[in-house]
Design a protein around this ligand. Sequence first.
Ligand code: PDD
Length: 286
Amino acid sequence: MTRIVYVNGEYLPEDQAKISVFDRGFLFADGVYEVTSVLDGQLIDFEGHSKRLERSLGELDMVSPVTMEDLLGIHRELVHRNDVTEGMIYLQITRGADADRDFVFPDPETVPSSIVLFTQSKNLADSPAAKVGMKVISIEDIRWGRRDIKTVQLLYPSIGKMMAKKAGKDDAWMVEDGFVTEGTSNNAYIVKDGKIITRHLGNEILHGITRATVLRFAREAQMEVEERSFTIDEAKTADEAFITSASTFVMPVVEIDGVALGDGTPGPVASRLREIYLDESRKVAV
Ligand code: PDD
């Protein structure tokens, strides 16, 4: 079955979908994106993702080519046309294709934003990685200062994943001024004496939609949550650790820079939160 993607108002087979070579997403990484997961053919945390998209666009003075209500319809149509029961929907909006390469932003009245969405079918809920846990390395965080905006500038996160891969590990946690910011494509957490510790929000990290939902569920389940910075040394002495993102939900971390956490297997807090997140999110999926 050929995948159907959405490009600037049209649903097209993937090999017929085209974007201009002058598109600013391509030339300047001048674009924002969202990844929304699909379980049982329904969208998880959709409202959070669309709200963050609006915020990202606003922070960059970009104009959405579609309304947020249209977006829900497009997501659903793609799930339907591609028969996705489980996986992700990737959405990208860029500042469009000007007549030439120019650092100056084009006038949005004359150059409309470009929009692309596509589906990726994948087993997410029964991921084998959730049973064994992930091993991470720490690397320096040398990204730009507005990581709260979900831009498509993902070269350094990509390099970070390659560094982890070369070291025989699964991912990297980034460190700035001695403190962990986040994972290459996820938010980072440690657990000590039952308390969940994760970096406070700011421009230094992406405000994860999964993070917000997981912390709400944790508090509702009477778990203690502390939003503050932590170092890699503190993380190495934690009882357990985990990450969150739309594509991994809650994923245990069992090793940091070669040091096993606890007994080196997924911890009870991460496992419980994963269960709660999957159960509760499914109930309110759209
Ligand atoms: N990444 N931090 C970074 C740097 C991320 O790229 C992501 C998401 C997150 C988690 O955000 P959320 O819970 O809203 O997915 C945190 C997506 C999944 C990606 O790039 O594929």
